[in-house]
Ligand binder design. Structure first.
Ligand code: R2B
Ligand code: URA
Length: 292
C-alpha cells in the first residue's frame, strides 16, 4: 500500500473517517487489525450474507446464531468481520465506491494491514454470456471503450489506468475447481455511470438517442475488445487501487444477457443462485490460500 505521507504526520487518534462516521482511536483500529482480504459488494444485505456464509463454512457457525456486527456507524457503508476477511458494502457507482475505498484504506493503513487485498464481488449485465456466468475483470473500460478513469483536480484532467491486479487474478483462477455449473471467464468490463443510458438500454425513462443497429455495432465492438459485462464501479476500483498500490480485482456475476434483453427477468431464486456463483469464486480463493 502506498499512502499519502500527510497521513503518517496526522496520526490515527482523533482522525475522523467521515464515510464511516468513526472518530478513530486504538480500540476502533483494533477491530480491523489483521484483515487480509476486503470483499466488497454493493449492498449491505449481500455483505452480511457473505459474512454469514464464511462463518458457516470456515468457522462452523450456524447462520441462525450469528448476526454479523457492523463495525461502522454509517448506514451507507457496513463492514462485517469474519476472521481475517472483511465483508463490506460500497454502495452504487464510482463516486460511492471511491468514497468507501478512501475510508477503508485509511483504516487498513492505521491498522497496519499493509498487504491487504481488495475484491469487489458484484452483479453485472453480460454481453453474449448466459445469466449466472461469472466474469473476472482483467481491464475496466469507460463507456467510450477506453480503458482509463478520469478525475479533474484543480480543473485539470488526470487519467488513471484501470487494469486489475494480474497476480491476484491468477491466484483466483488457480483456486477454482476444474468444472463449475456456470461459465467462469476472465474478460474486460465497462463501468458506466448509470444503469440505463450509460449501458445503452431502451427501457430507461429518457428516450434513447441511438438505433438498434447502432447499439448492435457498439456491442460488436465490445465483443472485439473481449468486454463481457457492464457494471458501475470497476474503473473507480481499479484506478484507486492502482494509485494506492493495493492489489484489487472484481468478480461479477451476470444477471442478464444484454445481447438478448434489457430487463432483468430472472426469478428471485435465480438471482440468489447467480449471486452465489460469484461468492463461490471468492470462497474457493479464501480456502486455497487459507485466509480463513
Ligand atoms: C451493478 O449493479 C448495480 C446497478 O444495479 C451497480 O452497483 C452495479 O455495478
Ligand atoms: N448491474 C448493472 O450495472 N447492469 C446490469 O445490467 C445488471 C447489473
Amino acid at each position: 500500500m502506498k499512502i499519502n505521507p500527510n497521513l503518517a504526520k496526522i496520526g490515527l487518534n482523533g482522525f475522523y473517517i467521515k464515510a464511516f462516521k468513526l472518530l478513530l482511536n486504538q480500540n476502533i483500529i483494533q477491530q480491523y487489525s489483521g484483515i487480509k482480504l476486503v470483499c466488497m459488494q454493493g449492498s449491505i444485505d449481500r455483505a452480511r450474507i457473505l459474512a454469514q456464509k464464511l462463518a458457516a463454512q470456515f468457522l462452523q457457525i450456524n447462520p441462525n446464531n450469528f448476526i454479523p456486527v457492523n463495525l461502522t456507524e454509517n448506514d451507507d457503508f457496513h463492514c462485517y468481520r469474519v476472521g481475517q476477511v472483511l465483508c463490506a458494502s460500497h454502495g452504487m457507482g464510482n463516486p460511492s465506491i471511491i468514497t468507501f475505498l478512501d475510508a477503508i484504506s485509511k483504516i487498513m493503513y492505521f491498522a497496519g494491514n499493509l498487504d491487504v487485498e481488495y475484491v469487489r464481488i458484484g452483479t453485472s449485465g453480460g454481453i453474449n454470456v448466459n445469466p449466472g456466468s461469472v466474469i473476472l475483470t482483467q481491464k475496466s473500460y469507460m463507456p467510450n471503450l477506453i480503458p482509463e478513469f478520469k478525475l479533474y483536480p484543480l480543473g485539470k484532467e488526470v487519467i488513471y489506468p484501470t487494469h486489475m491486479n494480474e497476480e491476484l487474478n491468477q491466484k483466483i483462477i488457480n483456486s477454482q475447481p476444474k468444472t463449475t455449473d456456470f461459465l467462469f471467464s476472465i474478460g474486460n468490463t465497462i463501468a458506466a455511470d448509470d444503469f440505463y443510458r450509460g449501458q445503452v438500454r431502451y427501457d430507461g425513462i429518457i428516450k434513447p438517442q441511438f438505433s438498434l443497429d447502432e447499439r448492435r455495432d457498439y456491442f460488436n465492438k465490445m465483443n472485439q475488445l473481449n468486454i463481457l459485462n457492464f457494471e458501475m464501479e470497476s474503473t473507480g476500483l481499479a484506478a484507486f487501487c492502482n494509485r494506492a498500490n493495493i492489489p484489487a480485482t472484481m468478480i461479477a456475476t451476470t444477471i442478464v444477457d444484454r445481447m438478448k434483453t434489457d430487463s432483468i427477468t430472472a426469478t428471485t431464486e435465480e438471482l440468489i443462485k447467480f449471486s452465489d456463483n460469484a461468492q463461490s469464486i471468492i470462497i474457493n480463493y479464501i480456502k486455497k490460500y487459507k485466509i480463513l
